[in-house]
Design a protein around this ligand. Structure first.
Ligand SMILES: Cc1cc2nc3c(=O)[nH]c(=O)nc-3n(C[C@H](O)[C@H](O)[C@H](O)COP(=O)(O)OP(=O)(O)OC[C@H]3O[C@@H](n4cnc5c(N)ncnc54)[C@H](O)[C@@H]3O)c2cc1C
Ligand code: SF4
Length: 609
């Protein structure tokens, strides 16, 4: 049988893959997108989410034993130290890698929270400040692609606030496509308590206090479209947002937005030109390269029944292969094929934004569990000389009460029913009016702070393969080895000290408690701490300016293989403190220029021979 031929084959129809396919398709290239997961219409996702017992990121997806989505629920502490994971990911590190990802059409962008801050110019030069790596490109080179990504995603933000409060050099007259998401009631309460006041950063030897300011977080969810001057860019932004209603505040952004206000890659897919073809339930198992190392296509396994290992094998040839399968799966695919690793950096440098959570009760009602998971943050610990002493961090103000830190509100109600005594039988605690009042007092005053740390690239944190343990299709499973450096732990300890000062300024009761035995627990200088994963896996096919020290170049092209691109957060040399997907989308758009150039050159060569 003759193998099919396309100009480009894209592996993965998630955030990055959907964008790359769109831009190449619009240039007229014939693109095949191969997606491992199944197609699940949003209405079915909603139904699955409503009936799921644990409302985790993958809870809106139908079960798929062939390509399961890794979840943190798999994590358990091991007797004698360390952690194990029993799902798709195997774990092998000092500390657990606490983030999952989704394998379904649309990828992890189906369940993302939707926060889209840009990285700060300083983040691209992280190596000048601390142990994190600098980028081979700077903010200025990425800036036009940031704008294009913001148009595609329909980002809601206030340009002046981002300029003044975050220090972003946005172009003169720039308008974000959507008006900012209004601050939550909690944001307003916190701002009233903190704005203009200051706290000490204990890790910074300088006595300069850090001034506090609550700042709106850019977000990929529809609000009211902004008013633009009539330009082609404005028309593009309007088109991208046209099919999404304004955010209604229903507070289930993870895992699924019931109204469609939140951007997902399916929004980009809906606008794909006819030159783009999608094939779901198609798991790429091998990248094909010729004798000169050039990528020539892929092999994939097609399955029909998500519960059965039965599948058929297929080959597709293409001038360009773009891996967009997520940081972990991109590395897994290249490791399996023995590709792209002359630097010995492939699979290494696995990063996330380790998150410290603190939580408490405000003196007054905060109106939690409404609107997006976070609408504002505190930016003052992201920048500057303190980076030399501890990991920088961004503080998100969490609108969803204690749900991330402790669990859903059912736990609070159960505790009130037992009057705080878990051994007491249900029914002898509070009930009726007393229960309603206690619930209002307890749940209505909840708030949480989420401290997201920059984690530097550490070659010891890595993805490897276990050839003895394979998935249902017979492919080796990924093994993650993960830990936190002293730099990150120092950042967490500083964040906890900052949190203590914020709680004191707010007059809040601190209920934060980190218990040994829970995944992510560790002690630093005698103090108990615990981190959670942010879902921001990065670094596994790290970008750099030399093939000796990196896997991809600044356009995400694998140094070792002409025609092979690995796109996504896996290329990031460092992650700053911003949620990464906007930057990842900007990088993907930059790569598309180079891929278009590659394809044009290839086409010219084949026409002239
Ligand atoms: C709960 C949660 C909340 C998040 N919130 C935010 C946020 O607020 N802001 C932010 O910036 N980021 C957020 N993120 C991170 C964001 O979702 C990721 O950065 C982004 O989705 C990564 O995009 P990607 O295209 O690289 O991978 P994905 O979106 O994961 O897509 C990869 C796709 O490739 C497919 N695939 C995998 N292997 C194969 C194969 N062998 N063959 C074919 N297809 C394959 C997968 O099925 C999947 O569809 C969040 C993540 C999670 C989990
Ligand atoms: S708050 Fe509700 S409507 Fe708004 S993005 Fe989240 S889930 Fe969608």
């Amino acid at each position: 049988m003759t193998a099919e031929r396309f100009d480009a084959v894209v592996v993965g129809a998630g955030f990055a893959g959907s964008l790359v396919a769109d831009r190449l398709g619009r240039r007229g290239w014939r693109v095949l997108v191969l997606e491992a997961g199944a197609e699940q219409p949003p209405a079915e996702q909603l139904q699955a989410f409503r009936t799921a017992v644990a409302k985790v990121p993958g809870s809106a997806l139908a079960p798929n034993a062939v390509v399961p989505s890794p979840e943190v629920l798999d994590l358990a502490a091991r007797d004698g130290g360390g952690h194990r994971a029993t799902g798709h990911l195997l774990q092998n590190g000092e500390l657990p890698y606490g983030s999952g990802y989704l394998r379904a059409n649309g990828g992890s962008g189906l369940a993302w929270t939707g926060l889209t801050p840009r990285m700060h110019p300083e983040d691209f030069r992280a190596g000048d400040f601390g142990p994190a790596r600098s980028w081979p490109i700077g903010y200025d080179e990425l800036e036009p692609y940031y704008r294009a990504a913001e148009r595609e995603i329909g980002v809601a933000a206030d340009a002046d606030e981002q300029r003044v409060r975050v220090g972003l050099p946005l172009p003169e007259g720039y308008v974000f496509p959507m008006r900012p998401v209004p601050p939550s009631y909690l944001d307003q309460v916190v701002a009233a308590g903190l704005d203009g006041r200051s706290v000490r950063d204990p890790a910074d030897p300088r006595p300069t206090p850090v001034e506090l300011r609550v700042v709106g977080t850019p977000s990929g969810r529809a609000t009211t479209p902004a008013t633009f001057p009539a330009t082609a860019e404005a028309a593009e932004a309007a088109e991208a947002a046209a099919d999404r209603p304004a955010c209604a505040g229903s507070a289930s952004c993870i895992p699924v937005c019931p109204t469609g206000a939140k951007y997902t890659p399916l929004s980009t897919q809906r606008r794909w030109p006819p030159t783009v073809q999608l094939r779901t339930q198609a798991v790429v198992s091998r990248v094909l390269v010729d004798a000169g190392g050039r990528a020539t296509g892929v092999e994939y396994q097609a399955y029909r029944d998500p519960a059965s290992p039965r599948h058929t094998r297929h080959t597709v040839h293409a001038d360009v292969v773009v891996l967009a399968a997520h940081a972990v799966e991109n590395a897994r695919l290249m490791l399996a094929g023995g590709l792209a690793n002359s630097s010995d950096q492939l699979g290494r440098n696995l990063m996330d934004h380790p998150v410290l959570l603190t939580w408490g009760l405000m003196p007054e009602q905060t109106g939690p569990y409404r609107g997006p998971g976070s609408t504002s943050g505190i930016e003052g610990f992201r920048f500057g000389a303190a980076r030399a002493h501890r990991a920088p961090f961004r503080i998100e103000i969490g609108n969803w009460g204690w749900s991330w830190a402790v669990g859903p509100v059912d736990g609070d109600i159960a505790e009130l029913l037992h009057r705080g005594d878990p051994a007491a039988p249900t029914g002898i605690g509070l009930f009726g009016k007393e229960l309603r009042q206690a619930a209002r007092d307890r749940i209505g005053r909840q708030f949480a702070l989420q401290f997201e740390m920059e984690q530097e690239a550490d070659p010891a944190n890595r993805v490897t393969l276990d050839h003895a343990r394979r998935d249902l299709l017979g492919n080796p499973r990924p093994v993650l080895t993960y830990g936190l450096s002293d730099y990150v732990k120092r950042g967490m300890a500083a964040a906890k000290a900052v949190s203590d000062q914020l709680f004191a300024l707010l007059g809040a009761e601190d209920h934060t408690a980190h218990h040994p035995g829970l995944p992510g627990y560790f002690e630093y200088q005698g103090a108990p701490l615990r981190f959670h994963g942010a879902g921001h896996g990065a670094g596994t096919h790290i970008m750099g300016d030399s093939p000796a020290t990196s896997v991809v170049d600044s356009a995400q092209r694998c140094w070792d293989h002409p025609g092979l691109y690995a796109v996504g957060c896996g290329s990031m040399p460092s992650v700053g403190t911003s949620n990464p997907s906007l930057t990842m989308a900007a990088m993907a758009l930059l790569s598309c220029e180079r891929i278009h150039q590659d394809l044009t050159n290839r086409h010219r060569i084949s026409l002239s021979t």
